[in-house]
Design a protein around this ligand. Structure first.
Ligand SMILES: NC(=O)c1ccc[n+]([C@@H]2O[C@H](COP(=O)([O-])OP(=O)(O)OC[C@H]3O[C@@H](n4cnc5c(N)ncnc54)[C@H](OP(=O)(O)O)[C@@H]3O)[C@@H](O)[C@H]2O)c1
Length: 301
């Protein structure tokens, strides 16, 4: 069985496609043939930095990836036998970039409705859950202005939808290269460039998704935010009250999002797919180009 392995912290170039033994089916396990995997920023962050995420650092070598979509090919005797042949979204922080994984936690496995595409389901990994954490933070910290960096990101576009276009004070910020894309995806929402946003006198909450210290510095100098909340930076040198937040996995929230996307109440931005053998290329593309939706790796081609 093939897997994408991280051996060191030299970055994307340090990944290899290597043979690994296929996991054995246990009584508590479900074997899944993986089909569609998301490419997320934490992938390449973890490939250069041992402490890139709030999660406990993994031992090297390790299989990369935290989840994906596949089809169940074998079910252990203590698991629900009806799972056989079902298409599922699976969380697998031990490494999802392998042809077959063994899921042992029923809470991390989500059977998918026929009408939900592999691509949309894979995009549910490391996106909507984090957007929901930010939406809750925003609601719990009433402010006159909600200034959001990286509004065209996958998480930014989902957060905008969770809040709605009429959310008081919502001020999505994008780079000049991403303004047309943002308008195309969310035509009912306003969006601004950092240089053009007007200074207001009320309380501003700066919601950081882009993770650019330079942009935060620029906005803090002109907007004087009362508070910053970030999902992308764990600290800042600015003297503004700062909170880093991260997603705490909750299966009920994932079930809820599966339903919302299936019923088209939530639109997930999806860019393009690469083959499994081109995983390095996929990461370079996602890292080095402006965000135009989730990039995916597809094992079926
Ligand atoms: N805390 C958590 O639990 C958690 C969970 C998931 C993700 N994250 C983090 O959340 C962030 C967003 O994730 P995502 O998947 O939504 O990312 P994404 O779709 O790749 O989007 C990245 C965004 O950052 C902007 N950006 C990047 N560098 C910038 C710079 N120097 N100046 C201005 N804008 C810049 C991009 O703007 P352009 O497209 O215009 O270049 C884009 O809007 C990532 O940093 C990720 O690691 C955190």
């Amino acid at each position: 069985m093939l897997a994408i392995i991280q051996h060191n912290f030299t970055g994307i170039g340090g990944l290899t496609v290597s043979q690994r033994p296929q996991p054995h089916l246990t009584a508590e396990g479900v074997l899944i043939a993986m089909e569609t995997l998301p490419v997320v920023p934490s992938d390449w962050h973890k490939e250069t930095n041992l402490h890139a995420t709030a999660e406990q650092a993994a031992q090297l070598p390790r299989v990369i990836g935290i989840g994906g979509v596949g089809t169940v090919i074998a079910v252990g005797q203590h698991r629900d036998q009806q799972l056989l042949n079902q298409r599922v979204l699976v969380m697998h922080p031990q490494g999802s970039y392998q042809e077959v994984i063994c899921n042992t936690n029923p809470d991390w496995l989500f059977p998918l409705p026929d009408t939900l595409s592999n691509e949309a389901a894979a995009t549910l990994t490391a996106g909507p859950g984090t957007a929901l954490v930010l939406a809750n933070f925003i609601k719990q910290h009433p402010s006159d202005q909600i200034m959001m960096t990286g509004a065209n990101s996958v998480i930014g576009l989902i957060l905008c939808q969770l809040l709605g276009p009429a959310y008081p004070g919502l001020t999505p910020i994008v780079s000049p290269a991403s303004q047309a894309y943002f308008h195309h995806i969310l035509p009912d929402f306003p969006c601004y460039l950092a240089n053009h946003v007007k200074t207001t006198t009320g309380r501003t909450l700066l919601v950081d998704i882009a993770g650019s210290p330079r942009l935060l510095q620029q906005l803090s100098a002109t907007q004087h935010p009362a508070e910053i909340v970030s999902i992308a930076l764990q600290s800042t040198e600015l003297t503004v009250p700062f909170t880093f937040v991260h997603e705490n996995f909750d299966p009920l929230i994932y079930q809820h999002f599966i339903q919302d996307v299936t019923e088209q109440k939530l639109q997930l931005p999806i860019d393009r797919s690469f083959t499994f053998m081109d995983t390095q290329l996929a990461q370079h593309y996602a890292k080095d180009t402006h965000s135009r939706g989730r990039v995916l790796v597809d094992l079926r081609h």
